[in-house]
Every structure is written in structure tokens, then in C-alpha cells.
Design a protein around this ligand. Structure first.
Ligand code: ADP
Length: 342
């Protein structure tokens, strides 16, 4: 609400600045135009000296007539000047009215993306605080309960500390994800040819422990295709997709990593034989903090709903995309598409 009010004030100030520029131009143009035009009007009158010369040779009624012509022309010029001044004043009043509307429209257009950004930031902070509150409250409660007890055996104390460390580790991974999500957009990326094969190999190295802990095999058939991106980001995206495939797949299953080329796009596919994702959730899983309802699945998987949102944000930096195809009960296939390097 306060942000909205601040932005309304900013819109008014910006609109006034635009209007001041428009009016400065309009008034300056009018003054120059008035001066030039009135000089032109004056030039149309034969020089007074020429009349006087003419009149010097003609005494009598001719002299009086020429003075009358003189006065008449001078009066016409004065009238012309005041009519011009009046029109220019009207024109400037019109410029104020039209300029105000135009300035307000331009100010809104200028501030709209900034407003959207500020709102997104505020939403991000509120979502992030909400996500952080839950584990922090759990941590606080378990410690308070333990403190209220008269005595605590060493085994119980150790158990409490172990639980605390687990919660703190979760909080750390959450804050790491939030930090990455918040700092990704800075500046345009430096593009380099990145081998999908190398990226996939590096990503597999990073998830090897997780895969082993669930006895999941990762089958890699990624070809030597180069895309235009940054290798750290490509690896990060594939790690996110692989981690999800492993996390959500049943123990002992296989995750398949492959690639393809279509037109000017190189793709990496991460396929699993996990629980699959309902069509409704497929449309929402890339939203920040969104997690599909796991109440119907046999396993409850830890997570914060940040990974896919971060992966998509990274892919967009390179003009790429991440898509999902999934069938409930059969598995999911995530595809990272990036522009080919050559
Ligand atoms: P997280 O996995 O931490 O919840 P993500 O943003 O990576 O966050 O994923 C968002 C949601 O998408 C997950 O909560 C899960 O419901 C769904 N999802 C992602 N990958 C898979 C997958 N391979 N199989 C089934 N569901 C998935």
C-alpha cells in the first residue's frame, strides 16, 4: 500500500517534469515564432522613409493620403501581431491540456515496469519470510520444550542437537536458494559456447551422492552439442533437474539424461520414472515456492519450491526455456532448451 502511494507520488512528479519540458519547448517555440513572424509582418510595410521621400515631392492631399496609408498599414500590422499573440496563447493553453494528459500517460508507461518490479520484490520478501518462519518456529519450539524440562540426559541432548543441525541445514539450503534467486538478474550474461556433454557430466558429479543414497542410476547419452550460455548456469540448471528427478523417483530406479537438436535449439532432457505431475501442477511448478500436493504420493520429499523457478529464470537469461511433459504414475521429462552456439 505504502509502495503504491509512493509510486503514485512518483508518477505525479515525473508527469510534472514531462509537462515542464513540453511547456518549455512549446513556449520557447512560440516566442521565436512570434518574433520571426512579427518581423516578417513589419517587412511587408514599405519603409516609412520611402513614403516620406515620396511625399516630399508631392505636397497637398497626396501627402495626407500617404500618411493615412502609413497609419492604416501600421494598424493592420499591430492587429496582425495581437491576433498572432492571441493564437499562440491559445495554442499554449491547448499544449498544457494535451501535454498534461500525454505526460501522465508517459509517466505511467515509464513507471509501470518499475512498479511491477517493486511489487515482485515485496512479494518475494514476504514469501521468503513466510518460508523462513516455519523452520525457525520449529527450531524455537523444540529448544524451548527441551529447556523447560528439569533434566536432560546426554542422549536426549545429543538428539536435540542433531535435530537442530538438521533444521539449520534445511534453513541454509533455503537461504542459499533464495540468495541465488534474488541475485540472478544482475546485468546481461556473457555468452560462451558451452558443451552440453561437459555440462551434463559436471552436473552428474554433483548429484552422485544423492543418487547413490537412493541407489538410483543415471544413464547419460548427451551428445557433444554446444549451446550459447554460461557453463556455470547450464550446470546449475541440469543439477536442479537431476536433483528433482532423483528426489521424486522411487529408490532403485533409473534417471535418463539425453540431448537433441532441433533447428537452432539444443536441448537436454532429464527423464524419470517417478510419480509424475498432474496437468494442473505442471502449469504451476515453475512458480516460486510452489510445491505440488504430495499427500497422495507414498513418499514425502523435502523441498522449498525454489529449484524450478530458479532454473527457468536462468534459462530465460539466454533466451532459453524449460518445459515439462509428464504422466501421473509413469514419470516426468524436463527439457532445457538453449540457442545453439553455431
Ligand atoms: P522443490 O523440489 O524443492 O519442491 P522445485 O521448484 O524444484 O522445488 O519443484 C517444484 C515442484 O515440482 C516440486 O515440489 C514437485 O511437486 C514438482 N516436481 C519437480 N520435479 C519433479 C519430478 N521430477 N517428478 C515429480 N514432481 C516434480
Amino acid at each position: 500500500m505504502t509502495t503504491k502511494l509512493k509510486l503514485d507520488g512518483a508518477t505525479r512528479r515525473l508527469a510534472l517534469s514531462y509537462l515542464a519540458i513540453i511547456m518549455l519547448l512549446s513556449v520557447s517555440f512560440s516566442v521565436v515564432f512570434y518574433n520571426a513572424s512579427s518581423r516578417e509582418l513589419g517587412r511587408q510595410l514599405p519603409p516609412i522613409a520611402a513614403f516620406q521621400e515620396f511625399n516630399a515631392g508631392n505636397s497637398g492631399p497626396g501627402n495626407t493620403r500617404s500618411r493615412q496609408i502609413d497609419e492604416f498599414l501600421a494598424q493592420r500590422i499591430a492587429e496582425g501581431r495581437s491576433a498572432l499573440a492571441e493564437r499562440l496563447i491559445w495554442l499554449n493553453l491547448l499544449a498544457v491540456a494535451a501535454g498534461s494528459a500525454l505526460s501522465y500517460y508517459l509517466a505511467r508507461r515509464t513507471l509501470e515496469p518499475i512498479e511491477a518490479n517493486v511489487e515482485a520484490q515485496a512479494q518475494f520478501v514476504s514469501d521468503a519470510s513466510h518460508e523462513l518462519r516455519t523452520p525457525l518456529t520449529a527450531l524455537q519450539t523444540s529448544n524451548e520444550v527441551a529447556l523447560r524440562r528439569r533434566s536432560l540426559s546426554e542422549t536426549e541432548a545429543r538428539e536435540l542437537l542433531r535435530q537442530n543441525i538438521t533444521e539449520v541445514t534445511k534453513l541454509k539450503s533455503l537461504t542459499d536458494g533464495l540468495l541465488r534467486l534474488a541475485t540472478q538478474s544482475a546485468g546481461p550474461p556473457v555468452l560462451e559456447p558451452v558443451s552440453l556433454q561437459d555440462g551434463a557430466a559436471e552436473a552428474m558429479n554433483r548429484v552422485i551422492n544423492l543418487a547413490q543414497s537412493k541407489q538410483i542410476a543415471v544413464e547419460d547419452s548427451v551428445a557433444a552439442t554446444s549451446v550459447l550460455a554460461q557453463s556455470t548456469d547450464v550446470v546449475q540448471i541440469v543439477v536442479i533437474l537431476l536433483e528433482n528427478a532423483i528426489k521424486y523417483s522411487p529408490a532403485g530406479s533409473t534417471v535418463y539424461l539425453s540431448s537433441s537438436v532441433r533447428g537452432r535449439t539444443g536441448s537436454i532432457h532429464v527423464r524419470d520414472t517417478g510419480p509424475g505431475i498432474r496437468p494442473y501442477d505442471q502449469r504451476r511448478i515453475f512458480e516460486r515456492f510452489y510445491r505440488a500436493d504430495q499427500s497422495r504420493s507414498r513418499q514425502v520429499v523435502e523441498g522449498h519450491g525454489i529449484g524450478l523457478s530458479l532454473a527457468r529464470k536462468l534459462a530465460h537469461r539466454y533466451g532459453g526455456e524449460i518445459t515439462v511433459a509428464s504422466t501421473v504414475g509413469k514419470g516426468s521429462s524436463f527439457t532445457l532448451k538453449l540457442p545453439l552456439a553455431s
